[in-house]
Design a protein around this ligand. Structure first.
Ligand code: MRU
Length: 346
């Protein structure tokens, strides 16, 4: 295993130190959290210090590797137990399950051949990381080929370098189009309740010098009506075999709005997000989170609650957008539409 250093995760091989950037504190505070053991990583994933579908798969894999490296006496059974705990840290993004399954070599049918040495797990973790970086680059290029000069693009949630290792998915496309000099402007949905758009996408766009305007989630409709948005790009946490996909809560509303206004709506994701075992979006498990996230907000600014303490809330972290509302899925393998969904299972 070599040292790694990304915007959202880093590993120092000499010090055996795994760290993640605490995304709860961004944009104002850049604080790194040390992950000593898998229990730490599970907490970081659950509390969204580390988040974004591709990144949580990478973070969990690195934590498993680091744990085995530090504890060479672990039995195969003990490693399996820890891997299952990591696998279950969040339920919706399938990248997490796929990454852990790859680490545990589940495709290797012969149990005896599965090698859980630190060396082997390190080799697989690095392969997962390199693959994610490569897929980000490919998606970004495919997606950017669709973007016209002077477009204004709406995006929801955060799908950039802090949510992945590499350029990002929807934000990777935006970054590439900007790099190609297409003079784009980005409208950023703030993305209640946890403000991944308002805190993280803005943070990344600032760093990249990409022009943007932050809006509240309920402003997209009138911008679309007024002709201010030419395209919508979002990411995904899991794509079903029929193209339906789960993404941050609010994505479905944006898809309906785009459809109503005749605006192209694309979902950008790597093949590590495609779960053909889910035949439709109805089979995707949706995480429900704490009432406190809806009753108020928290971040580097502190914690505020504006609703009555006992107010009843509903807080699904994701929703499912049906493929009928999607212009195309932009994958690392190419751009696919309703007519060639069979390519999802190839
Ligand atoms: O709850 P989060 O912040 O992990 O949700 C993230 C999203 O919904 C992203 O859009 C998705 O993971 C794609 S990230 C490249």
């Amino acid at each position: 295993m070599e040292s790694i250093n990304y915007l959202s995760i880093r590993y120092n091989k000499d010090e055996k130190k795994l760290e993640i950037l605490d995304q709860r504190k961004l944009p104002d505070i850049e604080e790194w959290l040390i992950c000593d053991k898998p229990e730490d990583m599970i907490t970081f994933i659950k509390q969204l210090s580390v988040r974004g579908a591709p990144l949580i798969g990478v973070a969990a894999s690195m934590s498993l590797y680091d744990h085995v490296l530090k504890n060479p006496q672990l039995s195969k059974e003990e490693i399996i137990i820890v891997s299952n705990q990591l696998r279950e840290a969040r339920p919706t993004a399938v990248n997490l399950m796929f990454a852990i399954d790859e680490m545990m070599q589940l495709k290797e049918t012969n149990n005896e051949k599965r090698d859980y040495s630190a060396e082997k797990l390190g080799e697989i973790a690095i392969r997962i990381i390199r693959n994610e970086v490569d897929m980000c680059d490919k998606m970004s290029k495919y997606g950017a080929s669709l973007i016209q000069q002077n477009e204004s693009i709406l995006t929801h949630c955060n799908t950039g370098s802090v949510a992945t290792v590499g350029a990002g998915t929807a934000l990777g496309v935006i970054r590439e189009a900007h790099k190609q000099g297409k003079n784009i402007h980005v409208y950023v949905d703030e993305t209640r309740p946890l403000l991944q758009g308002g805190r993280l996408t803005t943070y990344e766009l600032e760093r990249e010098g990409i022009p943007y305007t932050l809006i509240c989630d309920n402003m997209a409709a009138c911008l679309m009506r007024d002709g201010k948005i030419q395209r919508v790009l979002v990411g995904a946490d899991r794509i079903a075999a029929n193209g339906d996909f789960a993404n941050k809560i609010g994505t479905y509303s944006v898809a309906i709005l785009a459809n109503h206004h005749g605006i192209p709506f694309h979902c950008v994701a790597p093949m590590s997000t495609v779960d053909i075992k889910c035949s439709t979006g109805k089979e995707i498990p949706i995480e429900e989170r704490s009432h406190t996230e809806v009753q108020g907000a928290s971040g580097a600014f502190g914690t505020v609650r504006w609703a009555p303490k006992n107010s009843k809330t509903f807080n699904p972290a994701f929703d499912v957008t049906p493929m009928t509302l999607v212009t195309s899925l932009i994958l690392d393998t190419g751009i696919i539409t309703k007519n060639d969904l069979n390519k999802l299972s190839e």
